[in-house]
Design a protein around this ligand. Structure first.
Ligand code: FES
Length: 82
């Protein structure tokens, strides 16, 4: 797939390359803190292959979605975990 798609990152529309994982798209946008740990520290993707669960986000209303395992799509709604 080629071109760009629009995702909505905490309600803000952002253009990202089509055909990449959500984790890759967010890193490319320099959004490296995907969620916060219990102490409030930032957590970022580690493995990139679905095993560490550090990239969990809410995607299209589904909490706990691993961003490294899904491809971006037009209109995707992403809520960063605070
Ligand atoms: S980066 Fe490890 S599960 Fe996604």
């Amino acid at each position: 797939m080629s071109g760009d798609v629009t995702i909505h990152l905490d309600g803000v529309p952002r253009r990202v390359p089509a055909g990449v994982t959500l984790a890759a798209a967010l890193c490319n946008l320099e959004h490296l803190a995907f969620r916060r740990d219990l102490g409030g520290g930032p957590r970022a993707p580690l493995c990139g292959m679905g095993t560490c669960f550090e990239c969990r986000l809410s995607v299209d209303g589904v909490a706990g979605t691993r961003a490294c395992l899904i491809e971006v799509h037009e209109g995707m709604r992403v809520e960063l975990t605070r």
